[in-house]
Unconditional design. Sequence first.
Length: 283
Amino acid sequence: MRPALLLLYLFLCAACTQQTLNAGSRDGETRRIISLDYCADQYVLALIPKGEIAGLSPDAEASFSYLREKAAGLPKIRPRAEDILLHKPDMVVRSYGGGSIITPLLERAGIKVVQIGYASNLSGIEAIVTDTAAALDNQAGGRALVAQMRANIPPPNSTAPAASVLYLTSKGAVAGKATLIDDIIINAGLENFRTENGWTGSMPLESLVYEKPEIVAAGFFETSDRVSDIWTPTRHPVAQRLLANTNVVDIPGSWTSCSAWPVANAVQALTMAATNFQDTSND
């Protein structure tokens, strides 16, 4: 059968099946929910009973997936229309998985799509958690995640001048102002070493020769491939000296790679670093 005809056949089958699933769901049958990317995986794993998860993304158990241990043993489905429809879900959750055309394709097949937004600050993440939990029909779970997030963020100690922190990824990218990382830094009682807005693709090696941050927040270094990363700026002698002679706080990618509650862990780690810096400065 030609690919185009096969896809049309799958859509027709999915639409027919969806009517049955929706009717069954109203009678108390278990929902079938699929997530299309590792950001969506976190919400599904945290807010949906395991028996209702029909599939997760291929990255659900990757090192940058926060709830990777909970993903073990669950089906992994590629974010392609053919693969999704074959599993006959009645709901699909996505952040970016499947690309821009996947949502209308699935909705035409009668499948509800829950779109997870992106936030550039902590209050925005709380709103996303609340809205996504409501869309997944688990408002109580959303409230619990927001409460957990707030509990993990200690108030910053403002009795001493704030230390400067450079957020540096293993590939050499750095975060400036008006980013989620910047809001994390501010909530930890620190100052962003970078004064420019947005992300910069390469660390400022020249300026780091003359001026250095008090703290380096090292992001995604646990995912770094030392072979493929051989030409990245973090291998430069200036960067190596900075990492060797500065207080480095490891920020795993699983904490900050999605607009979700694990960002609180990054705030907590940097708040502790800020407190330690202040204590050292007062000695």
